[in-house]
Design a protein around this ligand. Structure first.
Ligand code: AMP
Length: 282
């Protein structure tokens, strides 16, 4: 264990086993762990689900207490739940043209993949993570591979802004179907949720193909697309890409360590646009 170090797990709450795994890792690595719960307005576009995003603070605290009691019964976890006005002293409008104050943009890593569907997203993420790291001043911050582009953006932001923190990445925790856990999975009805595991199956099938010797990225991407389009729950394939982990540049010939990422919109009984994303590292 790293003595005198502070570990930090930033979250937006609605905690699930993916978050709890990161908390456990931090508790195992450092004597003091801070967990933040903050639903960050600046990463939501005006038409997105900021007001609907699940807020389950009491349950979250109970889950943190349970993990902490089993991992480190002698230590009280610190839960940081700032107000929007504390994190955004200049105020925060979702409409970007009305925003004032300081924002952090990680150019070159924010426009592709998730950024192609949610152009505002990584500016909001980089901004809030910079603010949270300043507020908490941890030695080690823990992020999930589930949001792999976020990891690339945060690593670059920390490097470029000379933020003195180590970034550790935890593996993706999955539901028994294989679907990557996400707070937004609560939006899916049970049938859609079960069928949504097709995304993981499609990615794994490309991994199998790669292991059998296929390295042509377009063939691997085609395989993912074919499996996704054969499942009626998939309304639209938003993107499938094979990229370098650090630069997110597309790779023509896949090699070990390259990242396969994909996102799809799902058909669901609610009629709302529901999307899921996932990735694997070959
Ligand atoms: P969020 O609350 O969605 O902002 O996520 C907080 C942290 O938990 C981020 O670093 C996410 O990448 C991570 N995370 C979310 N889902 C998972 C998962 N299924 N497995 C591992 N980490 C996750």
């Amino acid at each position: 264990m790293a003595l005198n170090k502070v570990g930090y797990v930033p979250t937006m709450g609605a905690l699930h086993s993916g978050h709890l795994d990161l908390i456990r890792q931090s508790m195992a690595a450092t004597p003091a762990t801070v967990i933040s719960i903050f639903v960050n307005p600046s990463q939501f576009a005006p038409n997105e689900d900021l007001s609907k995003y699940p807020r389950t603070f009491e349950k979250d605290i109970a889950k943190i207490t349970e993990v902490s009691n089993s991992a480190r019964p002698e230590v009280e976890p610190v839960v940081f739940m700032p107000e929007v006005s504390e994190m955004y002293p200049s105020g925060i409008e979702l409409d970007r043209s009305k925003q004032v104050g300081t924002f952090v943009e990680v150019l070159g890593l924010s426009h592709q993949l998730e950024g192609s569907v949610r152009p505002h997203f990584f500016r909001g993420v980089a901004t809030v993570v910079a603010k949270l790291l300043n507020a908490v001043q941890p030695d080690i911050a823990f992020f999930g591979q589930k949001d792999i582009q976020q990891v690339s953006v945060v690593r670059r932001m920390v490097k470029d802004l000379l933020v003195p923190v180590d970034i550790v990445v935890g593996k993706t925790i999955r539901e028994s179907s294989g679907l990557a856990m996400s707070s937004r999975n609560e939006y899916l009805d049970p049938d859609t949720r079960a069928k949504a595991a097709v995304l993981y199956r499609a990615l794994m099938s490309a991994d199998e193909l790669f292991k059998s010797g296929v390295t042509d990225s377009s063939a691997l991407i085609k395989q993912v697309e074919t499996i996704l389009l054969a499942e009626p729950v998939v309304k639209e394939v938003e993107y499938i890409a094979i990229t370098d982990l650090e630069t997110l540049t597309p790779i023509d010939t896949t090699h070990r360590g390259a990242v396969l990422s994909a996102a799809v919109a799902l058909n669901s009984s609610s009629g709302k646009r529901l999307r899921i994303l996932d990735n694997l590292i070959f």
